[in-house]
Design a protein around this ligand. Sequence first.
Ligand code: GUN
Length: 357
Amino acid sequence: MIIDGKQISQSLKDAMKIEVDALAEQYGRRPCLMVIIVGDNPASRSYVRGKIKATEYCGFDGHLVELPEDVSEATLLAEIDKLNNDPLVDGILVQLPLPKHISEDKVIAAISAEKDVDGFHPENVARLWLNQHCILPCTPKGIIELLDQAGVEMAGKKAVVIGRSNIVGKPVAKLLLDRNATVTIAHSRTKDLAAVCREADILVAAVGRAKMVTAEYVKPGAAVIDVGINRTEDGKLVGDVDYEAVLPVAGAITPVPGGVGPMTITMLMRNTIECFLERQILGKSYVQKHFQLRKFLIDMDINEQKYIPQYLSHYNSIKCTCSQLKRKCCGIWKVSKRRKKHGISEQNEGTYITRLQ
Ligand code: GUN
């Protein structure tokens, strides 16, 4: 089976477009994404064009802030500060890489964690690894969505991720672990990489080496997710996987282009909507840590909400006890058992939007 990321991403964007219109009607404004680009790197320009096109398609407010290659770090940080403090801005993205004289770490840390739609801020990274509510990085989030949509079971399966980057390898490994896969992170120093990969029921290639993953890396029937975007000498885009060779062996595979790439942008749109909803519906910053659970649950009772965000709707049928609820990430959860724990009484039985801690 070919996992058609382009088509999946299109249908998600179509749903978001309708959702955004409903949000605009209800709240009198649209989710707003600000994209900052520094300099003229052609690849960055092309990625940013794709992001702006998607914001327009989904009906967001969004603007591109273009800064010259020689802009000072201080000017860039001041621009970010302005957007952090603008109540009408939901998401801020600074396109990477940045020119050498600017510290990427400093810039990423300067973006407000609640507006960090890339999920790169140290606070969001820490929260991901602590199982706390956070903004997920777009590519890993898109990969899980692709596996879900393709009906690939993750629980109990062996997953191998090739690549240990902060943006893809490490976070996707964590998300697979959260879905109860047994996860190996392989890399350039892994001994007998092909044999390690052949063990995988789910193989994620995020190394940045054209066609490195050949048929001998793939267990028959495995799901193969290709994150690579490599340009060959004749200008063709190819992935990290030798697609033609692996296609007959894999049970499911993402093509390049048209696999993970479109999902990354679509998840950026989703993150922007989630940031908007955090601010508009939930009202509180998730960095406010010490609120009362009971009050929080009552606040979040969706029976009082006019609108259930589309991105939460697939959680609708999940039931949990109050103590499980306390550990869940953002979603709609039904409290099905009467428990008097954590200050929750039977009157708290119901369905809640949560984004705990
Ligand atoms: N450069 C390449 N990929 C990305 C991305 O996902 N986010 C940002 N901000 N810059 C990038």
